[in-house]
Write a protein that binds this ligand. Structure first.
Ligand SMILES: [Zn+2]
Length: 385
């Protein structure tokens, strides 16, 4: 069904457009140019679309293939931004070598954008009349704050969605979430020679870190999920003290807690507060505060949901083998769609070098992805033929 020449050329053109997320690299141009290319392609296919400008240079594109009624609505989704290109040779080449197409975003996730556009082209070419609506959404900023997906769910809903993040054509039904927590210990400034007057916030943070270290050892053992693996905790940032010869009045860390489905913000806040409470009860001079700064929920969809079953069957029919059911350890926009009541699964192409110096997508997997999506769309939305 899928025009493989069109799909391959489309990936190449998409990779040749720089869409580095400016939230990650201030030099990054954002999504305006790539959104323009997607709009031009949709225009050529006579598919109506809307362009939503979220902020300067930050753009969502949403297309609608209206159904005749009486079917379920489905959204195919991809993000258009990429991470930065530092350390890469020729990040925007789109060079093809055998079955591989190289460049930043080829795997994460411009191959998927091309597969979705390939599905749209095939539906038009075959004059397929869907019963349910098909929405194609190309969102900004997944790699940073997900302003694209958050804006999208304010104006739009669907019965189900497929996020086409890389899965090597496996079916991903769950992923971990994360929370960033700022923890500050408070000390008391004093001359370094007046130990009876000072309280050392940095030393107190040391006590905190020792407890967090114990927690980080325990968590992966105690909190596990069959698809997503283990919960985890680490401390990516630390800063404390003003000067030599002065007792530190304040020390701050940012703790990063990776969660498994079922864990809530309240659970994690209670877990971290209990560490502070324990240290406060052991040492009356210990003072610390806890502030949640970022929270992204973990996600899980029921394996018996219609979208999971339909996608699984389509993948089996096209590839000739049942897809492996997997979970991802990183967070994705699917959690935002899931929280908005859209049952979402994740299925995307094969490749390698995600967020690394050499990134590529396997072209045959993109073509296969297009076929799987096409089959899922016609089965899930229903057709009038
Ligand atoms: Zn991605």
């Amino acid at each position: 069904m899928i025009d493989t020449t069109f799909t391959t050329q489309t990936i190449q053109k998409l990779v040749q457009i720089n869409s580095v997320n400016p939230g990650l690299d201030p030099e990054g141009p954002g999504e305006e140019e790539i959104a323009g290319f997607i709009c031009d392609t949709l225009s050529e296919l006579s598919i109506p679309f809307e362009k939503d400008i979220l902020a300067p240079g930050r753009v969502n594109v949403t297309a609608l293939i209206k159904g005749s009624g009486g079917g379920k609505s489905l959204m195919l989704n991809a993000h258009t931004d990429t991470v930065g290109v530092a350390g890469m040779n020729d990040p925007f080449s789109g060079r093809i070598e055998g079955n591989r197409l190289y460049g930043r975003g080829s795997y994460d996730m411009k191959g998927s954008i091309a597969a979705i556009l390939g599905v749209a082209k095939a539906l038009k070419a075959n004059d397929v009349k869907l019963k349910g609506d098909l929405i194609l959404s190309f969102v900004a900023d997944e790699e940073h704050e997900s302003i694209g997906a958050q804006a999208l769910v304010k104006n739009l809903t669907a019965d189900a969605a497929i996020v086409t993040e890389p899965t090597d054509l496996n079916l991903c039904l769950a992923h971990r979430g994360f929370g960033i927590f700022k923890i500050t210990t408070e000390g008391k400034t004093a001359h370094g020679g007046r130990h009876k007057h000072g309280i050392d916030a940095n030393m107190h943070m040391g006590l905190m870190l020792a407890e967090l270290h114990k927690l980080s050892q325990r968590l992966p053992e105690e909190n596990t999920h069959p698809l997503c693996g283990q919960a985890s905790l680490h401390v990516p940032l630390i800063s404390g003290g003003r000067s030599l010869f002065v007792y530190s009045n304040s020390c701050t860390i940012h703790a990063e807690r990776r969660t498994i489905p079922g864990e809530t913000l309240e659970d994690v806040q209670t877990e971290l507060q209990s560490v502070i409470d324990k240290l406060t009860s052991q040492n009356p001079r210990f003072r610390a505060t806890l502030e949640p700064e970022i929270w992204r929920s973990p996600y899980e969809v029921d394996a018996s949901s219609t979208i999971a079953a339909t996608t699984k069957k389509a993948a089996s029919d096209i590839t000739g083998k049942s897809p492996e059911i997997i979970g991802h350890t990183w967070w994705e926009d699917s959690a935002i769609f899931g929280e908005a009541g859209i049952e979402t699964v994740i299925l995307g192409p094969a490749g390698g070098g995600i967020h690394e110096d050499v990134e590529w997508v396997e072209l045959d997997s993109v073509h296969m992805l297009g076929e799987i999506l096409y089959r899922t769309v016609t089965d899930f939305c229903g057709t009038n033929d």
